[in-house]
Design a protein around this ligand. Structure first.
Ligand SMILES: NC(=O)c1ccc[n+]([C@@H]2O[C@H](COP(=O)([O-])OP(=O)(O)OC[C@H]3O[C@@H](n4cnc5c(N)ncnc54)[C@H](O)[C@@H]3O)[C@@H](O)[C@H]2O)c1
Length: 440
């Protein structure tokens, strides 16, 4: 099949590459010429494990190409995917200007039947709006398909190649058949392609992200209650996770969710509800709890060192909003580092992949370190913000020898408090009993 994917970000680039990998001819389109130039030279503008190799193979074999010329791509494609950004606008509603601009351009240039697929996360009712925008511009037939994407950054290739399910929303039988043919190679193991109407497909994506965000905020509140009561959230997490009605996923407390999806999608659900005359207090609470949780680690720092951090130096491990990505959009690390700087502290940061993104955020206000141990030199405390695998089994003796004070504030509960006591660290996890006095 011949396809184009408009928007070569985390979703569009992965989707386009994976569709090419399954044998389709794919043109990936973006309006940022520098991005397309880089991709043509084999340079991948984002970090996503396995992506570079897959792009190389499919470009070499001629199935995957890159272009800024949307009109040309539309003329050559039977199916056009829209995977552009839908960031929060000033009111909290998703900004659909890029989606609609692409829709208009597709309508202007299509020369026959097209399937137009929204893969971007779009509010309920966007499909009808897009249809209304495109219809007056073209005399050709087209179907709008709502095909939300559920991939996780850091595991995006695997998620796309082996999705738990594929959701396809449409009203046209022809479009369902084309989409089924396209996705069949990805569901060989029996996972379902679920077909439904467009409105339900759009709602499904928001419901999924809203529920996942709710689990995170719920566990963060439970963790905070554990701290006050002396319960251990890690025991509690295991105690509830074996209940099959609950399950183990998304029960880890931490420093709050970030990234390009949960924060904006939670805000969009609240706004969509309001637009339909309904308050959604549960979602508003999920957002409030998350905002507060992003400050928890700095409040713990203040408890330990006082509110004036002048003369104190901090190391931060992990800046990306989660491991295996370089994405720092709405990352809790930003709130945390800014909180330390605002109180007069100095900060040395390390992240295996996100230092480039971090420089755009912090400029020359912090020092950057490619090696995690280097960031520890002279630190009064280490703050662990992202749970990269390489932080799980560090050389604690080496860490102690580098730091001015052996204090770890662990926003991801990577270590056992008792083990940290043995290593001579003061250790402050989330929702677990802290080790306050270094005994070794
Ligand atoms: N990132 C994720 O993990 C994820 C997962 C599922 C769904 N989504 C959704 O997918 C959509 C895209 O997310 P992303 O993270 O890939 O965003 P992104 O910002 O990484 O990529 C968007 C791309 O679209 C391009 N673009 C914007 N306007 C354009 C236009 N008019 N013409 C051509 N290109 C244009 C941008 O240059 C950029 O390269 C969003 O709606 C998001 O909510 C994201």
């Amino acid at each position: 099949m011949k396809l184009c994917v408009v928007g070569t970000g985390y979703v569009g680039l992965v989707a386009g590459t994976c569709f090419a990998e399954s044998g389709n001819d794919v043109i990936c389109v973006d309006n940022v010429a520098a991005k397309i130039d880089a991709l043509r030279q084999g340079k991948v503008p984002i970090y996503e494990p396995g992506l570079e190799e897959l792009i190389r193979r499919n470009t070499t074999e001629g199935r995957l190409t890159f272009s800024t010329d949307l009109a040309d791509a539309v003329r050559k494609s039977q199916v056009c995917f829209i995977a552009v950004g839908t960031p929060s606008g000033p009111s909290g509603a998703a900004d659909l200007s890029a989606v609609m601009a692409v829709g208009r351009e597709i309508a202007r240039t299509m020369d026959g039947y097209r399937v137009v697929v929204t893969k971007s996360t779009v509010p309920v009712g966007t499909w009808a709006q897009l249809h209304a925008v495109m219809s007056p511009i073209t005399k050709h037939e087209f179907d709008i398909v709502s095909n939300p994407e559920f991939l996780k950054e850091g595991a995006a290739i695997d998620d796309f190649m082996k999705p738990d399910r594929v959701v396809i929303g449409s009203v046209g039988q022809k479009a369902f058949e084309i989409m089924r043919e396209l996705y069949e190679p990805f569901v060989r193991t029996g996972n379902p392609i679920i077909t439904m109407d467009n409105t339900s497909a759009e709602m499904t994506k928001y419901a999924a992200n809203a529920l996942l965000a709710t689990r995170i905020s719920f566990m963060n509140e439970i963790a905070n209650l554990c701290e006050r009561t002396g319960a251990d959230v890690d025991q509690v997490r295991r105690g509830i996770g074996y209940d099959r009605r609950i399950g183990h996923h998304f029960l880890f407390p931490g420093v709050g969710y970030g990234g390009s999806c949960f924060p904006k999608d939670v805000r969009a659900v609240i706004t969509t509800a309001r637009e339909h005359g309904m308050e959604f207090p549960l979602m508003a609470a999920v957002e409030d709890v998350n905002e507060a949780q992003k400050h928890r680690l700095v409040l713990k720092v203040v408890d330990e060192f006082g509110s004036n951090l002048r003369g104190k130096h901090f190391a931060v491990w992990g800046l990306a909003f989660k491991p295996r990505t370089d994405d720092m959009r709405e990352a809790p690390s930003i709130t945390i580092v800014e909180g330390l700087l605002k109180r007069g502290g100095t900060v040395a940061v390390h992240d295996p992949e996100a230092l480039g993104e971090a420089k755009k955020v912090f400029g020359d206000r912090v020092s950057y370190h490619r090696l995690n141990y280097e960031a520890l030199a002279g630190a009064d405390a280490l703050l662990i913000v992202t749970e990269w695998n390489e932080f799980r089994r560090p050389d604690f003796a080496r860490m102690r020898s580098l730091m001015r004070q052996p204090v770890i504030l662990d926003g991801r509960n990577l270590y056992e408090p008792e083990v940290m006591r043995e290593h001579g660290f003061a250790y402050l996890p989330i929702g677990r009993t802290p080790v306050r006095v270094a005994t070794a």
